[in-house]
Ligand binder design. Structure first.
Ligand code: PLP
Length: 350
């Protein structure tokens, strides 16, 4: 017998990427940034600690972090919500819009947290397969769902939809549309300019990838003030701690640092993708800080396991067994990975 809600008993667990306890791994499984964050982040966090503020509650709306976001992204304050990571913001949005039995639509494969959040609401999931060119499926554009979600650039594929497609989606949808831009700093452009035109657009961002702050848990949401009001109504009053607010604000003060790291990662991504193709993998064109490498109709679990034995972690998803998702690390790490893959597949003859 179980004390849980029935929906929880039937729910698939969300399985996060592994975080090894031991040192010495080349960690390419959860799309973290291999380069450290701006030194200003540590400085501002220490300052915040020194002010003895941690005995008080933090600013409920994010304080200086929200003000910095206003400057950097050029939106009024009442268009911005600060979150405890973007996962919290996604969580709040699903709770805000979906009752039991309501339909949420998203193209698939994508970030598997959307499925977990739909389960929690007991919402109906409309998971619509991407066509081979990874454009938006027609039935997604025209779906009468209560909520639509699109991850752009998409995870785990890394593929990117041009703004024209996002605009078409917004025009054809009468429901709220979440655009999850976790990886957008690695891509050519953002949907931010569409916010003024489409009051149903909600953009969610994270500091975990491009800003190298996965451990701090900071995310941002941009939307029309009517939607922002709803999110603020249901969020925990003090959802983002003082140290996270200080660190997040500092990161936005040093955009130059983030952009430099992003440029390094993008150039490593281009070189690494070409090398993987030389090894016979199909590599989807990526605009993110990872790539999806595929060997059609092969199960790549053995490769994932052999790499793990050699202390290299990549991501294997049992639902897409012929592919591995590989985070772009430092160039030396990627060289080691290439040599190791070559050694393994040379022996097993994939
Ligand atoms: C990493 C990731 C997130 C979560 O970001 P946090 O801010 O660390 O919670 C959200 N969406 C996608 C697609 C991601 O890859």
């Amino acid at each position: 017998m179980s004390y849980f809600r029935e929906a929880i008993n039937f729910m698939e667990e969300y399985i996060p990427g592994e975080q090894p306890e031991k040192e010495g791994y080349i960690k390419l499984n959860t799309n973290e940034n291999p380069y450290p964050p701006s030194p200003l982040v540590e400085k501002k966090i220490k300052e915040a600690l020194g002010l003895g503020k941690i005995s008080l509650y933090p600013h409920p709306l994010g304080g200086e972090l929200r003000e910095r976001a206003q400057e950097v992204y050029g939106l009024p304050l009442d268009w911005i919500v600060v979150g405890n990571g973007s996962d919290e913001l996604l969580n709040l949005l699903f709770r805000l819009f979906l009752d039991k039995g309501d339909r949420v639509a998203y193209p698939f494969p994508t970030y598997t947290l959307y499925r977990t959040l739909a389960f929690l609401q007991e919402a109906e999931r409309e998971e619509i397969p991407f066509p081979p060119d990874f454009s938006l499926p027609e039935s997604f554009l025209t779906s009468p769902a209560k909520l639509k979600v699109v991850c752009n650039p998409n995870s785990p594929t890394g593929t990117f939809l041009p703004l024209s497609q996002i605009e078409k989606l917004l025009s054809l949808s009468s429901c709220p549309v979440i655009v999850d831009e976790a990886y957008v700093d690695f891509a050519p452009c953002s949907a931010l300019p569409l916010l003024q035109k489409f009051p149903n657009l909600i953009i969610v961002r994270t500091f975990s990838k491009s800003f190298s702050l996965a451990g701090l848990r900071v995310g941002l949401l941009f939307a029309h003030p009517d939607i922002v009001r709803g999110v603020l109504k249901i969020k925990d009053s003090y959802n983002v701690g003082i140290l996270s607010q200080a660190g997040g604000a500092a990161a936005l003060e040093d955009m130059e640092h983030m952009r430099k790291n992003v440029e390094k990662i993008k150039s490593t991504r281009e070189w690494f993708s070409a090398e993987m193709e030389k090894l016979g993998f199909l590599v989807y064109p990526s605009q993110a800080n990872f790539i999806m490498a595929r060997k059609e109709r092969r199960d790549l679990k053995f490769l994932y396991e052999e790499l793990k034995k050699r202390k290299i972690l990549v991501r294997y998803f049992p639902q897409w067994p012929d592919s591995l998702r590989i985070t772009i690390g430092k160039e030396e790490e990627m060289k080691t990975l290439l040599d190791t893959i070559q050694e393994i597949i040379g022996r097993v003859n994939v």
